[in-house]
Design a protein around this ligand. Structure first.
Ligand SMILES: O=C(O)CCC(=O)C(=O)O
Ligand SMILES: [Fe+2]
Length: 208
């Protein structure tokens, strides 16, 4: 199913990013790091998440780790502690910390699976619930992420590639919404990118 791994390039440098040279400065606080993990790491992560239990929370399959936020009970300051983040996430957290991308380690991980045609409506991640920096690691398929400025309604789209890391803080976190249209393929820079299964790992720090 994950035909992207065939063949697996030996050297990270052999995988060019379509976003090379894309100017992200329109959105302050947005960082995009292609090839943040290797193909072998991606394969291992996909195996780990596929062997865990999935919930059919929304339209997508979802796994929750750390804290499962109960938005409706927010007034009661309630969030359910599910236990530490899984061991397989530790090297990733170490890496984002080593790259100085975070001040405090994330304590929540949400794994989302998107089949072709599935997406997520544009939203700003809950402001009082989560800390200032959000990380999203993409595995499997490419997908186009749409950013919309909450005031000016300006739009920007970025093709998220497998193994890439998206970091949203500041303006990118609070002043722009992000979402993924429910499509089976994306047009980007004059090319067509058919979607296959995509898994995203979103790391956040819960605020109490
Ligand atoms: O799948 C993604 O990359 C984004 C997920 C997301 O925005 C969220 O869970 O809040
Ligand atoms: Fe989000």
């Amino acid at each position: 199913m994950y035909d992207l791994f065939n063949p697996v390039p030996e050297n990270l440098d052999d995988i060019p990013s379509i976003n090379e040279g894309v100017n992200l400065s329109a959105i302050n606080g947005l960082k995009y790091i292609p090839n943040f993990i290797t193909c072998a790491e991606e394969k291992n992560l996909i195996n780990e998440v596929n062997s865990a239990t999935w919930l059919n929370d929304l339209k997508r399959r979802v796994q929750h780790y750390g804290y499962k936020y109960d938005y409706r009970a927010r007034a009661l300051n309630y969030s359910m502690y599910l236990g530490d983040l899984p061991e397989w996430a530790a090297p990733f957290i170490k890496r984002i910390s080593r790259e100085n991308l975070i001040k405090k380690d994330p304590d929540q991980l949400i794994v989302n699976e998107y089949l072709p045609g599935q997406g997520i409506a544009n939203h700003v991640d809950c402001q009082p619930c989560f800390d200032e920096t959000i990380f999203s690691l993409s595995l499997g398929s490419t997908c186009l992420m749409d950013f919309v400025n909450v005031q000016s309604k300006d739009v920007m789209a970025l093709l998220l590639e497998p193994r890439s890391l998206l970091v949203m803080s500041g303006e990118a976190r609070y002043g722009w919404s992000h979402g993924i249209a429910g499509r089976k393929s994306d047009e980007y820079k004059g090319q067509n990118f058919p979607r296959s299964t995509r898994i995203s790992l979103t790391f956040r720090k819960v605020i109490f």
